[in-house]
Design a protein around this ligand. Sequence first.
Ligand code: 13P
Length: 261
Amino acid sequence: MTRKPIMAGNWKMNLNHVEATGMVQKLAWTLADKEYDGSKSECVVVPPFTDLRTVQTLIDGERMPFILGAQNVSEHDSGAHTGEISADMLAKLQVTYVVVGHSERRQFHGETDELINTKAKKVIAAGMTPIICVGEGLDIRKEGTHVEYTLNQVRGTLAGLTAEQVAGLVIAYEPVWAIGTGEVATPADAQEVCGAIRAEVAALYDQPTADAVRIQYGGSVKSGNVAQIMAQPDVDGALVGGASLQPEEFAAIVRFYDLPA
Ligand SMILES: O=C(CO)COP(=O)(O)O
Protein backbone atom coordinates (compact mmCIF):
# COMPACT_ATOMS: atom_id res chain seq x y z
CA MET A 1 0.00 0.00 0.00
CA THR A 2 1.57 3.27 -1.03
CA ARG A 3 0.47 6.29 0.93
CA LYS A 4 1.32 9.64 -0.64
CA PRO A 5 3.39 11.72 1.78
CA ILE A 6 1.57 14.82 3.03
CA MET A 7 3.76 17.74 4.10
CA ALA A 8 1.64 20.47 5.67
CA GLY A 9 2.73 23.91 6.84
CA ASN A 10 0.61 25.20 9.71
CA TRP A 11 1.29 28.95 9.79
CA LYS A 12 -0.68 29.31 13.06
CA MET A 13 -1.49 33.00 13.77
CA ASN A 14 1.27 34.38 11.56
CA LEU A 15 1.40 36.34 8.26
CA ASN A 16 -1.30 38.82 7.23
CA HIS A 17 -2.73 38.56 3.72
CA VAL A 18 -0.01 40.74 2.20
CA GLU A 19 2.76 38.70 3.85
CA ALA A 20 0.98 35.52 2.78
CA THR A 21 1.31 36.57 -0.87
CA GLY A 22 5.07 36.93 -0.49
CA MET A 23 5.31 33.65 1.36
CA VAL A 24 3.54 31.46 -1.22
CA GLN A 25 5.31 33.20 -4.12
CA LYS A 26 8.71 32.49 -2.55
CA LEU A 27 7.70 28.91 -1.82
CA ALA A 28 6.50 28.46 -5.41
CA TRP A 29 9.71 29.92 -6.86
CA THR A 30 11.91 27.77 -4.65
CA LEU A 31 10.00 24.61 -5.52
CA ALA A 32 9.85 25.51 -9.24
CA ASP A 33 13.65 25.84 -9.20
CA LYS A 34 13.78 22.23 -8.01
CA GLU A 35 11.18 21.14 -10.58
CA TYR A 36 8.71 20.13 -7.89
CA ASP A 37 5.36 19.10 -9.38
CA GLY A 38 3.61 17.48 -6.42
CA SER A 39 3.93 13.95 -7.75
CA LYS A 40 6.12 12.64 -4.89
CA SER A 41 4.56 14.52 -1.99
CA GLU A 42 1.61 16.79 -1.31
CA CYS A 43 2.51 20.34 -0.29
CA VAL A 44 -0.29 21.72 1.90
CA VAL A 45 -0.30 25.33 3.08
CA VAL A 46 -2.45 26.07 6.12
CA PRO A 47 -2.77 29.84 6.59
CA PRO A 48 -5.02 31.77 8.98
CA PHE A 49 -8.65 32.22 7.81
CA THR A 50 -8.03 35.81 6.68
CA ASP A 51 -5.39 34.64 4.16
CA LEU A 52 -7.37 31.78 2.62
CA ARG A 53 -8.89 33.75 -0.23
CA THR A 54 -5.57 35.38 -1.15
CA VAL A 55 -3.69 32.08 -1.12
CA GLN A 56 -6.43 30.23 -3.00
CA THR A 57 -6.42 32.91 -5.74
CA LEU A 58 -2.64 32.57 -6.11
CA ILE A 59 -2.75 28.76 -6.20
CA ASP A 60 -5.46 28.88 -8.89
CA GLY A 61 -4.20 31.81 -10.93
CA GLU A 62 -0.54 30.83 -10.93
CA ARG A 63 -1.15 27.07 -11.00
CA MET A 64 0.98 26.59 -7.91
CA PRO A 65 1.44 22.92 -6.86
CA PHE A 66 -0.02 23.54 -3.40
CA ILE A 67 -3.13 22.30 -1.65
CA LEU A 68 -5.05 24.65 0.63
CA GLY A 69 -5.77 23.85 4.27
CA ALA A 70 -7.48 25.65 7.16
CA GLN A 71 -6.51 25.59 10.82
CA ASN A 72 -9.90 25.14 12.47
CA VAL A 73 -13.65 25.05 11.77
CA SER A 74 -16.85 25.62 13.67
CA GLU A 75 -18.85 22.69 14.97
CA HIS A 76 -21.99 24.60 13.90
CA ASP A 77 -23.45 24.73 10.39
CA SER A 78 -24.61 28.36 10.20
CA GLY A 79 -26.52 31.06 12.04
CA ALA A 80 -26.02 32.94 15.29
CA HIS A 81 -22.43 31.94 16.12
CA THR A 82 -20.52 35.22 16.07
CA GLY A 83 -16.90 34.81 15.08
CA GLU A 84 -17.23 31.24 13.82
CA ILE A 85 -16.40 29.90 10.34
CA SER A 86 -18.40 26.97 8.96
CA ALA A 87 -17.18 23.95 7.02
CA ASP A 88 -19.29 25.00 4.02
CA MET A 89 -17.61 28.43 4.00
CA LEU A 90 -14.21 26.75 3.88
CA ALA A 91 -15.28 24.32 1.16
CA LYS A 92 -16.46 27.28 -0.96
CA LEU A 93 -12.92 28.68 -0.77
CA GLN A 94 -11.57 25.43 -2.19
CA VAL A 95 -10.08 24.35 1.10
CA THR A 96 -9.14 20.65 0.91
CA TYR A 97 -7.78 19.90 4.39
CA VAL A 98 -8.93 21.20 7.78
CA VAL A 99 -6.81 20.77 10.90
CA VAL A 100 -9.02 19.83 13.85
CA GLY A 101 -8.03 19.39 17.47
CA HIS A 102 -4.59 20.97 17.33
CA SER A 103 -3.04 20.79 20.80
CA GLU A 104 -3.15 24.60 21.02
CA ARG A 105 -6.93 24.42 20.56
CA ARG A 106 -7.19 21.63 23.11
CA GLN A 107 -4.96 23.42 25.63
CA PHE A 108 -6.02 27.06 25.27
CA HIS A 109 -9.54 26.82 23.84
CA GLY A 110 -10.89 23.87 25.81
CA GLU A 111 -11.45 21.54 22.85
CA THR A 112 -12.34 17.98 23.81
CA ASP A 113 -12.20 14.75 21.82
CA GLU A 114 -15.98 14.91 21.53
CA LEU A 115 -15.95 18.42 20.03
CA ILE A 116 -13.07 17.49 17.69
CA ASN A 117 -15.05 14.44 16.58
CA THR A 118 -18.03 16.68 15.75
CA LYS A 119 -15.77 19.05 13.80
CA ALA A 120 -14.19 16.17 11.86
CA LYS A 121 -17.68 15.00 10.85
CA LYS A 122 -18.59 18.52 9.65
CA VAL A 123 -15.42 18.67 7.58
CA ILE A 124 -16.17 15.31 5.95
CA ALA A 125 -19.82 16.23 5.33
CA ALA A 126 -18.64 19.35 3.48
CA GLY A 127 -16.45 17.22 1.20
CA MET A 128 -13.10 18.11 2.79
CA THR A 129 -10.52 16.03 4.67
CA PRO A 130 -9.81 16.47 8.38
CA ILE A 131 -6.30 16.37 9.77
CA ILE A 132 -7.09 15.16 13.29
CA CYS A 133 -4.40 16.06 15.82
CA VAL A 134 -3.50 13.89 18.80
CA GLY A 135 -0.53 13.75 21.14
CA GLU A 136 0.54 13.84 24.76
CA GLY A 137 1.97 16.54 27.01
CA LEU A 138 5.23 16.32 28.90
CA ASP A 139 3.66 15.04 32.13
CA ILE A 140 2.11 12.08 30.32
CA ARG A 141 5.34 11.37 28.46
CA LYS A 142 7.23 11.34 31.77
CA GLU A 143 4.69 8.92 33.24
CA GLY A 144 5.27 6.62 30.26
CA THR A 145 1.57 6.38 29.40
CA HIS A 146 1.85 8.37 26.15
CA VAL A 147 0.82 5.54 23.82
CA GLU A 148 -2.37 4.70 25.69
CA TYR A 149 -3.16 8.41 26.19
CA THR A 150 -2.81 9.11 22.46
CA LEU A 151 -4.79 6.03 21.43
CA ASN A 152 -7.58 7.17 23.70
CA GLN A 153 -7.67 10.47 21.79
CA VAL A 154 -7.73 8.47 18.53
CA ARG A 155 -10.71 6.44 19.73
CA GLY A 156 -12.54 9.56 20.89
CA THR A 157 -11.95 11.64 17.78
CA LEU A 158 -12.79 8.84 15.31
CA ALA A 159 -15.98 7.76 17.10
CA GLY A 160 -18.85 7.05 14.71
CA LEU A 161 -16.78 7.46 11.53
CA THR A 162 -17.01 4.71 8.91
CA ALA A 163 -14.04 2.69 7.70
CA GLU A 164 -14.24 4.48 4.36
CA GLN A 165 -14.14 7.89 6.06
CA VAL A 166 -11.20 6.92 8.25
CA ALA A 167 -9.27 5.49 5.29
CA GLY A 168 -9.43 8.92 3.63
CA LEU A 169 -8.43 11.13 6.53
CA VAL A 170 -5.16 12.19 8.11
CA ILE A 171 -4.12 11.76 11.75
CA ALA A 172 -1.34 14.00 13.02
CA TYR A 173 0.66 12.80 16.01
CA GLU A 174 2.10 15.88 17.67
CA PRO A 175 3.67 15.36 21.10
CA VAL A 176 2.99 18.69 22.81
CA TRP A 177 6.44 18.77 24.44
CA ALA A 178 8.03 18.81 20.98
CA ILE A 179 5.99 21.70 19.56
CA GLY A 180 7.88 24.96 19.09
CA THR A 181 10.49 23.86 21.62
CA GLY A 182 13.25 22.61 19.34
CA GLU A 183 12.80 19.36 21.26
CA VAL A 184 12.18 16.75 18.55
CA ALA A 185 10.88 13.31 19.26
CA THR A 186 13.43 10.84 17.96
CA PRO A 187 12.45 8.99 14.78
CA ALA A 188 11.93 5.93 17.00
CA ASP A 189 9.60 7.93 19.31
CA ALA A 190 7.59 9.08 16.29
CA GLN A 191 7.42 5.54 14.91
CA GLU A 192 6.38 4.07 18.28
CA VAL A 193 3.23 6.16 18.48
CA CYS A 194 2.45 6.37 14.74
CA GLY A 195 2.74 2.56 14.55
CA ALA A 196 0.48 2.18 17.57
CA ILE A 197 -2.09 4.52 15.97
CA ARG A 198 -2.12 2.42 12.79
CA ALA A 199 -2.52 -0.78 14.82
CA GLU A 200 -5.39 0.83 16.72
CA VAL A 201 -7.12 1.78 13.44
CA ALA A 202 -6.72 -1.85 12.33
CA ALA A 203 -8.28 -3.02 15.61
CA LEU A 204 -11.15 -0.50 15.42
CA TYR A 205 -11.80 -1.05 11.71
CA ASP A 206 -9.77 -3.42 9.54
CA GLN A 207 -6.31 -3.78 8.00
CA PRO A 208 -7.11 -2.11 4.63
CA THR A 209 -8.36 0.97 6.52
CA ALA A 210 -5.21 1.04 8.65
CA ASP A 211 -3.07 0.63 5.54
CA ALA A 212 -4.81 3.55 3.86
CA VAL A 213 -4.99 6.17 6.65
CA ARG A 214 -2.14 8.67 6.56
CA ILE A 215 -0.35 9.53 9.80
CA GLN A 216 1.78 12.64 10.17
CA TYR A 217 4.35 13.51 12.79
CA GLY A 218 4.55 17.10 14.04
CA GLY A 219 6.86 18.87 16.48
CA SER A 220 10.00 20.84 15.60
CA VAL A 221 10.28 19.27 12.13
CA LYS A 222 13.04 20.90 10.05
CA SER A 223 14.99 20.12 6.89
CA GLY A 224 17.69 18.66 9.12
CA ASN A 225 15.51 15.97 10.71
CA VAL A 226 12.62 15.40 8.29
CA ALA A 227 14.29 12.67 6.20
CA GLN A 228 14.99 10.47 9.24
CA ILE A 229 11.44 10.95 10.51
CA MET A 230 9.93 10.21 7.09
CA ALA A 231 12.03 7.04 6.83
CA GLN A 232 9.89 5.48 9.58
CA PRO A 233 7.40 2.96 8.16
CA ASP A 234 4.30 4.43 9.80
CA VAL A 235 5.09 8.13 9.30
CA ASP A 236 3.42 9.42 6.14
CA GLY A 237 4.01 13.12 6.46
CA ALA A 238 4.79 16.08 8.66
CA LEU A 239 2.74 18.85 10.21
CA VAL A 240 5.18 21.74 10.39
CA GLY A 241 4.83 24.95 12.39
CA GLY A 242 7.82 27.30 12.71
CA ALA A 243 9.81 25.96 9.76
CA SER A 244 6.81 26.38 7.43
CA LEU A 245 7.22 30.17 7.74
CA GLN A 246 10.63 29.96 6.06
CA PRO A 247 10.07 29.25 2.34
CA GLU A 248 13.48 27.62 1.72
CA GLU A 249 13.18 25.44 4.81
CA PHE A 250 9.64 24.36 4.00
CA ALA A 251 10.52 23.70 0.35
CA ALA A 252 13.30 21.37 1.53
CA ILE A 253 10.87 19.62 3.91
CA VAL A 254 8.34 19.14 1.09
CA ARG A 255 11.16 17.56 -0.94
CA PHE A 256 12.36 15.39 1.97
CA TYR A 257 12.95 12.51 -0.47
CA ASP A 258 15.94 14.38 -1.95
CA LEU A 259 17.58 14.80 1.47
CA PRO A 260 20.02 12.25 2.89
CA ALA A 261 18.21 10.09 5.48
O1 13P B 1 2.29 22.51 16.09
C1 13P B 1 2.96 22.24 15.12
C2 13P B 1 2.34 22.09 13.79
O2 13P B 1 0.97 22.04 13.88
C3 13P B 1 4.43 22.04 15.22
O3 13P B 1 5.01 23.29 15.41
P1 13P B 1 6.62 23.43 15.32
O4 13P B 1 7.01 22.80 14.00
O5 13P B 1 6.86 24.90 15.36
O6 13P B 1 7.17 22.67 16.48
